[in-house]
Design a protein around this ligand. Structure first.
Ligand code: F6R
Length: 270
């Protein structure tokens, strides 16, 4: 047995672990277990966060763990992926507002440890350089939560974005503006620009945790996980990451052909 243990590959030797769960609730709880595990092991975790519908269940479960189990965020530092340019933090469609409503106000994070790109920054290029530098000063992102766009984008890195890109201002594509228009009174109100971490910034995180649910994500998940690595599907770069977890529900996984795990906790991988 001892010899077998030596021969069995360990997680660190794998670049990507896909975890398929039966539904969104189970997916969110499994993902929250991973975040909580990392947080218990490193109370001053540097956590990268995403907005959008995909991580809502994860945030809900983390809030529950904080309230019921005393999961402690007091030493955690957070960095959000992106923010619209031109929306003040008080705007109900800003990502500042989203994070405050859906996570920050419910847990014991120190507000001084929260970083969300400043969409109202006067000098956006200087702000982006500062954001990159601040991530480094904090020791780098330990675990980055990600959603995926129907077109394969991660953060606001749309198809065609450089796979080595850093935090910068990006023009939103027509598709993304139409997708997001449902949250605004009209399409015209959807901001045209956003500040976003780059693909390279995201890839520097020590671990990635990508969440995807619903059939509408199945093509993007297929391309990201089993397709060629290409800037036309920015999420496909996660195949090159040293430790990426992809949590998908059955619907988002419906186009995958590989055999995948249903937990991230197993010690031995085939
Ligand atoms: C949000 C973000 C976006 C979303 C993606 C999926 O901070 O970076 O890339 O993760 O658009 O959005 P949802 O989860 O709403 O389907």
């Amino acid at each position: 047995m001892a010899q077998l243990d030596v021969l069995q590959p360990k997680k660190e030797e794998f670049t990507m672990l896909v975890i398929v769960k039966n539904n969104y609730d189970l997916l969110s709880k499994e993902a929250a277990k991973l975040v909580a595990d990392r947080l218990r092991k490193k109370p001053n975790l540097v956590l990268g966060l995403a907005t959008g519908s995909s991580p809502l269940g994860l945030y809900k479960e983390l809030i529950r763990m904080h309230k019921d189990e005393g999961l402690d965020f007091s030493k955690v530092t957070t960095f959000n992926l992106d923010e619209y340019v031109g929306l003040p933090p008080t705007h109900d469609q800003s990502y500042h507002y989203f994070m405050h409503e859906n996570l920050f106000k419910h847990i014991n994070l120190d507000v001084r440890h929260i970083h969300v790109p400043q969409g109202m920054a006067k000098d956006i290029d200087a702000f982006c350089a500062w954001y990159e530098q601040r991530i480094v000063e904090c020791g780098g992102i330990d675990l980055q939560v990600l959603g995926i766009g129907g077109n394969g984008h991660i953060a606001f890195n749309e198809p065609g974005s450089s796979l080595g890109s850093r935090t910068r201002i990006k023009t939103l594509t027509g598709t993304t503006r139409v997708d997001n228009a449902r949250f605004f009174k009209s399409k015209e109100e959807v901001p045209r620009y956003a500040i976003t971490m780059g693909v390279g910034t995201i890839m520097d995180a020590k671990e990635l945790l990508l969440l995807a649910n619903k059939t509408s994500k199945s093509d993007a998940v297929k391309s990201a996980v089993e397709g060629p690595i290409t800037a036309m599907c920015p999420a496909s770069i996660i195949q090159m990451h040293r430790s990426a977890f992809v949590f998908v529900d059955k619907d988002a996984a419906s186009k995958l052909t590989g055999t995948y795990n249903d937990t991230w906790e197993s010690k031995i991988f085939e």
